[in-house]
Structures are given as structure tokens and as C-alpha cells.
Design a protein around this ligand. Structure first.
Ligand SMILES: Cc1cc2nc3c(=O)[nH]c(=O)nc-3n(C[C@H](O)[C@H](O)[C@H](O)COP(=O)(O)OP(=O)(O)OC[C@H]3O[C@@H](n4cnc5c(N)ncnc54)[C@H](O)[C@@H]3O)c2cc1C
Length: 286
């Protein structure tokens, strides 16, 4: 199939983009890397009369650090998460997750903002925003606002983005010397969406866990914080006993849906196995 005919606009500012959206009476889609939108247009799952290309908006570009926060313009591409030195230094969890996202051709075009806007529950980057405690910089005609990841993901493909809102940038607290992180996922084939995945940011005080955020994906309609598992580890050493307690506590965090491919009990089992591996990896990290 081919996409329905549409009008195309390439605004240079956020204000122009909002005006274009309003002029189309909301019958419009923003496009960033196009790696999810273009297939959806081609299959006519979406058929807006106006496409608004965000690529010309300078405010949505750039990677920089200010006051202990890494700001990634929403147009930052997946491949930058793999290669950019500031991301490797200040958001190493994102760098660890990047090779698991799709394939090189898609990573060369796909943007972090597109991925976090779409908020596919099986996607790596949205869940890592939750694990890193990031905030989303969102533009509406009324101005800019910052929404913490804990409030951003609301339901299946539903986020704090209202119709016409634009995700402008991701604000990630810079990793500190005491931070350790780990990412992994279980997928049938490399590059496939995961059956279960997770990322962890742990703040260590010597060999004790001072703070920890665990985010799981492909386990529910949104990425999920494993707060019970976190609670089982904070104030503890990473060792066999506390890891086993966290794996048990994870059951309280997850209520996976039944689907044609994986039963809820299998998904819970895979999540426990994955969490155990990640925590052992953290334990072994100097
Ligand atoms: C074969 C294949 C395999 C893939 N595998 C994976 C995978 O393993 N893991 C994974 O996470 N992803 C995967 N993807 C998805 C890929 O990472 C997408 O590129 C990404 O999810 C969307 O980014 P994009 O920049 O291409 O967004 P687009 O396709 O341009 O847009 C996606 C959606 O977000 C909206 N949007 C885009 N940018 C903004 C913005 N700044 N503000 C508001 N709304 C916006 C668009 O209107 C659209 O609805 C795969 C895609 C393909 C085709």
C-alpha cells in the first residue's frame, strides 16, 4: 500500500509548528525520523492530511551539559546514543541500551524524541528515561513545561503529550561517580522488540546500595518502575540474599498482560531471570 496524499510543512520554529498543527485542525502528524510514522502511513494505519516535519527546528537539536543535567534535543538520533562521548560519559545507561534498538539503518534515522513520543511499551529508550529519572521538555502553544518520566508514561501509547504538543528535549540527570548501571533484554532475535527488558541505575555508597531505579519494559502497557524490587535492595549490599529478595519482590511490581506469544507467568519468570543477571553484573562492577 501507499500513503494517502498529504500536505508537507517544514517549520523552522516551535511557534510555526504549532501554527501548522492548528491550521490543519489537528488532522496532522509530526514527523522526526519517520521510522515508525512512515510505515504507519504506508499501511494507512494513520492518514493525516498534513505532515509537519520537525527536522528544521534548531531548538530541538544539540547535546549539552548544564548544571549537572544532560540535555538531548529530541532530534538526537539513536546512533548518537551509541557514539556520542557526552552520552557515554553522562548517560551510560542510554549508551548500553542503544545497540539493542532495531538495526543500523533505523538507528541512523530514528530519533530519541520520536521513540519517547511514540512510547511503544516494548521500546528501550522510553524505559531508560524512567530508569534515569529523566524529564521531558514539552512545547505547547502556551509555552514550555518539564514533565518527570514518572508522570509522563500514562497508558498504552499515551503520554503527557497532549494533541499538538511537541517533545523538544530530554533532560537526564548526569551520572555521578557512585553510579553503576546495567541494561539487558531477552528477545527472540537480536534487533527484535524484547519479550522482556530492564535497565537499572544504582547509586552505591561503598558496597551498599544508597539509591536505585529499576525500569522494566515489554511487561505492561507502559514502562514500569519496579519499586518493590528497588525497596528490597536500597540500604543493602548487592549479594545473593538481597538479589533473591529483589527477584521475589519483582512479582509484586509486575502484572503482565496475556498475549498470543508469551503467557504472564513466562514473562514474570523471564523478568526475574533478567533482574538477577543485571544485579549480578552490577555486583561485579568495580
Ligand atoms: C524494522 C523496525 C524495527 C524496530 N525495532 C525497534 C526496537 O527494537 N526498539 C525500539 O525502541 N524501536 C524500534 N523501532 C522503532 C524505531 O526506533 C523508531 O524510529 C522510533 O520508535 C521512532 O522514532 P522516529 O524518530 O523514527 O519517529 P517518527 O516515526 O518520526 O514518529 C513516531 C511518532 O512520534 C510522533 N513524534 C515524533 N517526534 C515527535 C516529537 N518530537 N514530539 C511529538 N511527537 C513526535 C510522530 O507524530 C509519530 O506519531 C523499529 C522500527 C522498525 C521500522
Amino acid at each position: 500500500m501507499k500513503a494517502r496524499a498529504f500536505a508537507y510543512a517544514r517549520p523552522q520554529t516551535l511557534a510555526e509548528a504549532h501554527a501548522a498543527f492548528a491550521e490543519a485542525d489537528g488532522d496532522a502528524s509530526y514527523i522526526s525520523g519517520g521510522q515508525s510514522l512512515v510505515p504507519a502511513l504506508a499501511m494507512r494505519l494513520q492518514a493525516p492530511r498534513q505532515i509537519i516535519d520537525l527536522a528544521g527546528i534548531a531548538q530541538m537539536r544539540g547535546i549539552g551539559v548544564e548544571d549537572g543535567v544532560l540535555r538531548l534535543g529530541a532530534l538526537t538520533r539513536h546512533v548518537d546514543a551509541l557514539r556520542h562521548p557526552l552520552i557515554a560519559t553522562h548517560a551510560p545507561l542510554l549508551a548500553q541500551a542503544a545497540p539493542f534498538v532495531a538495526h543500523p539503518a533505523i538507528r541512523n534515522r530514528g530519533t530519541l524524541g520520536g521513540s519517547v513520543s511514540l512510547a511503544d511499551p516494548a521500546s528501550e529508550f522510553p524505559a531508560m528515561m524512567l530508569a534515569m529519572g529523566a524529564s521531558m521538555e514539552i512545547s505547547s502553544p502556551e509555552g514550555l513545561r518539564l514533565v518527570p518520566a514518572d508522570d509522563y508514561f500514562q497508558d498504552l501509547y499515551q503520554t503527557a503529550l497532549e494533541p499538538g504538543d511537541i517533545l523538544v528535549a530530554l533532560h537526564i540527570p548526569c551520572a555521578q561517580p557512585g553510579h553503576r548501571c546495567a541494561f539487558d533484554e531477552l528477545a527472540r532475535r537480536r534487533g527484535d522488540y524484547a519479550m522482556v527488558g530492564a535497565g537499572i541505575m544504582a547509586l552505591m555508597d561503598g558496597d551498599m546500595v544508597a539509591d536505585m531505579r529499576i525500569a522494566c519494559f515489554s511487561v505492561a502497557a507502559t514502562p514500569v518502575r519496579a519499586r518493590n524490587a528497588e525497596g528490597a535492595l536500597i540500604g543493602q549490599r548487592l549479594e545473593a540474599e538481597s538479589i533473591a529478595a529483589a527477584q521475589r519482590a519483582l512479582d509484586e511490581d509486575l502484572d503482565p498482560p496475556d498475549d498470543a506469544q508469551i503467557s504472564p507467568s513466562m514473562r514474570r519468570h523471564l523478568a526475574r531471570v533478567l533482574l538477577g543477571r543485571l544485579l549480578q553484573r552490577l555486583e561485579a562492577t568495580p
